[in-house]
Design a protein around this ligand. Structure first.
Ligand SMILES: [Zn+2]
Length: 383
C-alpha cells in the first residue's frame, strides 16, 4: 500500500518535471527562433531590384551567406559603388547607416549597391558574457523601429569549431582562432574555404563582375581604440581620399585619414584593393556600447551613446576621442558614415567626371544630427 502511494507520488513528480521541461523547451525554442528574425528594411522608390550574392558566386546558394544586396541602377552611364553595413553586428551605426541610405536614395547616374546585413549570420547570435541586448529601438515620427544587436563573428552554427590559430589563406598571417569567423579578417576569401571565406569571396566576385569603382565598409570601434573617427584605405585610393578629406575639412568635420599598412592582411581596406579594381574605404565611428569601460548595456546607451564611465575616462584624457555629457549619439555616428561616403563619391566624381555617380536623397549631416536618424527611417509596419 505504502509502496503504491509512493509510486503514485513519483509518477506525479515525473509528470510535473516533464511538463516543466517541455515548457522550457518550447519557450527556449521560441527565443531561439525569434533571435533569427532579421530587422525590416523599407527601400526607397529608387530601388531597382534586390540581388542575392549567389548571382555572383554559386557556392553560397541555399546557405545563410546568400545575403541580399539592394541595387539602385540609374540606367545611365557612370561608375558603381558598393556599401557594406553589418560586417560586425555589434557596431550599430554600420547597419543603421546602410539602412538609412537604402530608405532614402535615388541614383541619377551610375549604380549603387548596398548590403546592410553584410554578415547576416552574425545577427542570429550574440557574444557570450557581454550582456548585449538582443534588439534595440530607434524612434521615428511614425513609431519605434527595431534593429538587431548581434555579434562581430559568423554564427558558429555555420562554421565550427574554430582552429587554435587562424591562418589567413593568402598571406599565411596567423591570428586568434575565433578570427576565422570574422568577415573583416577573411578578405579576399576563397571559393573552397570556410563559410566566412566563401562570404568574402562572394562579395569579391560581386565587385569584380559589377566593376565596382568604390566600396565602403561601415564600422565602429571602442573609444579606447586608436583607430577611430577614421577612414582607412590602401595607397591606390590616396587621391580620392585626399579630395574627400579636403571636402570634409571645409565643413569643419574632422576625420583621421589612415593609410592601410601593406603587411596587415585579411582586412577589407587591404585585400579588396589588391584583389579587385575596386577602391576600398573602411570607416570607423566611436561606439560607447562596444568598449570595455561602459556600464549596463541599455537601449539608451546604444542610441544616445552616453555612458558615465566613458564620460569619466574622457575627463581623465584616457580616450582617443573627446567624450563628455553629449556622448556619441547613434544619429551623429550615422551622419559621419553617410557624410564620408558622400564626400568620397564627390571626390571620385571631381577626378573622374566622365564616370560620375550622381546620388540624390542622401540625408544631410546637419539634418541627421539635428533631427535624428529616425526622421529618415520609414515608419514601422503596423501589425
Ligand atoms: Zn568593425
Amino acid at each position: 500500500m505504502d509502496k503504491k502511494v509512493f509510486g503514485g507520488t513519483n509518477a506525479v513528480k515525473t509528470l510535473v518535471a516533464f511538463a516543466i521541461l517541455g515548457g522550457l523547451f518550447f519557450a527556449g525554442r521560441n527565443v531561439f527562433l525569434e533571435s533569427r528574425e532579421q530587422f525590416p528594411i523599407y527601400p526607397s522608390s529608387g530601388l531597382t531590384r534586390i540581388a542575392h550574392l549567389s548571382e555572383y558566386f554559386e557556392g553560397v546558394k541555399g546557405t545563410a551567406a546568400d545575403g541580399e544586396v539592394y541595387v539602385f541602377d540609374s540606367g545611365k552611364p557612370g561608375a558603381s559603388v558598393l556599401i557594406l553595413g553589418g560586417t560586425h553586428n555589434d557596431e550599430p551605426s554600420g547597419h543603421v547607416g546602410a539602412v538609412t541610405l537604402v530608405e532614402n536614395i535615388r541614383v541619377k547616374q551610375g549604380r549603387v549597391f548596398i548590403a546592410p546585413r553584410a554578415n547576416a549570420s552574425g545577427l542570429t547570435h550574440t557574444t557570450p558574457l557581454e550582456g548585449f541586448l538582443d534588439r534595440y529601438w530607434v524612434d521615428t515620427p511614425g513609431g519605434k523601429r527595431w534593429f538587431k544587436f548581434g555579434s562581430r563573428y559568423t554564427n558558429p552554427v555555420y562554421q565550427w569549431p574554430d582552429p587554435d590559430i587562424f591562418v589567413h589563406h593568402q598571406s599565411l598571417q596567423s591570428m586568434a582562432g575565433e578570427e576565422s569567423r570574422n568577415l573583416n579578417r577573411c578578405w579576399p576569401g576563397r571559393p573552397d574555404g570556410t563559410y566566412t571565406e566563401k562570404l568574402a569571396f562572394a562579395y569579391m566576385e560581386l565587385m569584380r563582375k559589377e566593376h565596382i569603382a568604390i566600396a565602403a565598409d561601415f564600422h565602429e570601434a571602442p573609444l579606447e581604440y586608436f583607430l577611430i573617427n577614421a577612414i582607412c584605405y590602401p595607397d591606390k585610393c590616396s587621391k580620392v581620399a585626399m579630395g574627400a578629406e579636403f571636402n570634409l575639412s571645409m565643413e569643419d568635420l574632422d576625420y583621421t585619414m589612415e593609410a592601410s599598412p601593406g603587411n596587415l592582411h585579411g582586412f577589407f581596406h587591404r585585400e579588396v584593393g589588391d584583389y579587385a579594381e575596386t577602391m576600398p574605404f573602411l570607416m570607423e565611428t566611436p561606439n560607447p556600447s562596444q568598449g570595455r569601460f561602459h556600464g549596463k548595456m541599455t537601449n539608451d546607451l546604444i542610441v544616445t551613446g552616453r555612458d558615465g564611465n566613458y564620460i569619466k575616462a574622457g575627463k581623465l584624457g584616457r580616450l582617443f576621442v573627446d567624450m563628455d555629457e553629449k556622448g556619441w549619439p547613434l544619429s551623429l555616428r550615422v551622419a559621419r558614415h553617410i557624410k564620408s561616403i558622400e564626400e568620397i563619391i564627390n571626390s571620385f566624381n571631381e577626378l573622374n567626371p566622365d564616370q560620375a555617380v550622381v546620388v540624390e536623397g542622401i540625408p544631410s549631416y546637419t539634418d541627421l544630427v539635428d533631427k535624428g536618424v529616425g526622421a529618415f527611417l520609414h515608419a514601422p509596419e503596423k501589425l
